[in-house]
Write a protein that binds this ligand. Structure first.
Ligand code: TYM
Length: 336
């Protein structure tokens, strides 16, 4: 008798990260930690989004270093090139090419509403370039080329993902089934890690106050010091609440690292002070990040291996990307 060899195809996952400086605990809990889990059950593609980084001015040598170090961090996290496709965005030219195509199916008004564009143009008023404005069409291209079902990101990228979905639907309505309309995959408890110094803002590496953010590659002492200095509130009860944004942020970080629910955490620290709680959060974060740093320190020294891996990843990614790009071009009417 024939065995049933039918297997269900794995769902596809795509996500990217910018190589803009040190990666933070926000990147880790909002996105990267999920990437590592997802590679076990999904067909995953992850990229270093270097083309996105030049929407703000970059120093060439520093940018090059950051691209290497971001790629090395992905490996250090445990992303495995045998299981997932890992590459550098600019190595696959279809990203920029599809972005142009999609920009002709994106409205000026839609892009004008993007919060990140408004924030970044306020911050870099001397360089409000066209790339900064059309950034979401490049991000849509990154996504749509690989036809993913799911896109794991933090809450700050939700608006960009929605526009990618709108563009895909619009294009499909005109030309038939070209793109898959992807779903966002956003963590429930830590979708927005906030600044340790000002919880009204998201944790970001571009924050001038270095105490406001934790780098994935910070050492244990630095991490604990930053958590000890984290802002809290006037009472000393460890509980979640709109009136307690600092403590709520720390609780969600602790939950993201330990997997404990908010209720469990409130019970664990019932009757204990902020000092004890902040130390526990710092230690839990430091313990989780320590092996990643150790891996990174080893991986970053082997440039030859890094090069081999990102070239291999780009060759695999390009096969899929070229197919989708070709199909989209053909549908629009180009001679191929
Ligand atoms: P980027 O490089 O700013 O951040 C990478 C990922 O980290 C998440 N993240 C956070 N999550 C929670 N709390 C925070 N404080 C925090 N800071 C960052 C982001 O949501 C993101 O998931 N445009 C994207 C990169 C990109 C992309 C793509 C993502 C380019 N093409 C295609 C998905 C699909 C960005 O700038 O992320």
């Amino acid at each position: 008798m024939c065995e049933n060899t039918q297997t269900t195809a794995k769902k596809k996952v795509l996500s990217c990260i910018q190589p803009s400086g040190m990666l933070t605990l926000g990147n880790y809990l909002g996105a990267l930690k999920n990437w590592v889990y997802m590679q076990e059950d999904f067909d995953c593609t992850f990229a270093v989004a270097d083309l996105h980084a030049i929407t703000v001015r970059q120093e060439p040598a520093k940018l090059r270093q950051q691209i290497y170090s971001t790629f090395a961090t992905l490996l250090a996290l445990g992303l495995d090139p045998e299981k997932s496709t890992l590459f550098i965005q600019s190595h696959v030219p279809e990203h920029a090419a599809l972005s142009w195509l999609l920009s002709c199916y994106t409205q000026f008004g839609e892009l004008s509403r993007m919060t990140q564009f408004k924030d970044k143009s306020a911050k870099h008023a001397d360089n409000i370039n066209v790339g900064l404005f059309s950034y979401p069409t490049l991000m849509a291209a990154d996504i749509l080329l690989y036809k993913p079902d799911l896109v794991p990101v933090g809450a700050d990228q939700k608006q960009h993902l929605e526009i990618a979905r709108d563009i895909a639907i619009r294009f499909n309505n005109l030309y038939g089934d070209v793109f898959t309309v992807p779903e966002p995959y956003i963590p429930k408890t830590v979708s927005r890690v906030r600044s340790l110094q000002d919880p009204s803002k998201k944790m970001s590496k571009s924050d001038e106050n270095a105490n406001s953010w934790v780098a994935i590659l910070d050492d244990k002492d630095t991490i604990i010091r930053k958590f000890k200095r984290a802002v809290t509130d006037s009472d000393s009860v460890v509980r979640v609440g709109d009136d307690k944004p600092g403590i709520t942020n720390l609780i969600s970080i602790y939950s993201g690292v330990t997997g404990k629910s908010f209720e469990e955490i409130e019970r664990e620290f019932d009757g204990k002070g902020y000092g004890e709680f902040k130390l526990a959060v710092g230690e839990a974060v430091a313990d989780e990040l320590a092996p990643i740093k150790a891996n990174y320190d080893r991986i970053i020294t082997d440039k030859k291996q890094l090069e081999e891996l990102y070239k291999k990843g780009a060759a695999i990614a390009e096969k899929t990307a070229a197919k989708t790009y070709f199909k989209a071009m053909k549908k629009v009417g180009f001679v191929l």
